[in-house]
Design a protein around this ligand. Structure first.
Ligand code: 5GP
Length: 175
């Protein structure tokens, strides 16, 4: 509870970002305070060791999944791979398109990033509508990986993103 409090205290609500009417959850203060970042990593590590001890790979989403994912992978002694926006990764890639409110986006991964059957966890900073994590899970399915679950620091419960996902989501904080 103390660790969760520390994490909670280092999330900043930014009104009207990126557009009017949205209250953005800014996780930058967590990264600026080593004790808060350590608390995030402790809580994630504990969860994975208890619930998914056979995880082989952490898959992180651009951009803020890249901040937490490699640290967690290091703690677990496993690898980290990147899911990026289309057009950023070199070499043979595969991608999945998904719909945003008024447009479409595409996430991409290198084809040799994950082996068939590999057990993976997908990590990002925040779950909103679930579109992004859902696309990443689809990408994993295309690569024949076994997705054990998703990890996020913050889950915006009202948007019911978890219901859209094919696997359980573990969130440190629910807002
Ligand atoms: P979703 O696809 O679930 O609707 O949106 C989640 C994605 O948008 C995540 O990659 C997350 O980084 C970003 N995102 C959306 N809203 C916020 C927010 O309030 N704070 C942060 N830190 N990220 C957000």
């Amino acid at each position: 509870a103390q660790k969760l409090d520390l994490v909670f205290q280092h999330i900043r609500n930014v009104p009207d970002f990126p557009i009017e009417g949205i209250v953005f959850k800014d996780i930058c203060p967590i990264l600026k305070e080593p004790k808060a970042l350590a608390a995030v990593m402790d809580l994630f590590e504990e969860h994975v060791r208890q619930n998914h001890p056979h995880t082989e790979l952490i898959v992180g989403l651009e951009a803020r999944g890249f901040l937490f994912g490699p640290l967690l992978a290091q703690r677990l002694g496993i690898g980290f791979v990147l899911v990026r926006e289309k057009g950023k990764l070199p070499g043979p890639t595969m991608s999945v398109e998904y719909t945003l409110e008024y447009a479409t986006a595409e996430v991409e991964i290198q084809v040799d990033a994950v082996d068939p059957g590999q057990k993976v966890l997908v990590i990002d900073d925040l779950l909103a509508t679930g579109g992004t994590l859902c696309a990443a899970c689809e990408l994993m399915k295309k690569q024949k990986a076994q997705v054990l679950g998703c990890l996020v620091v913050i889950e915006l419960k009202d948007l019911r993103g978890a219901e859209k996902l094919p696997v359980p989501v573990f969130s440190l904080l629910q807002c």
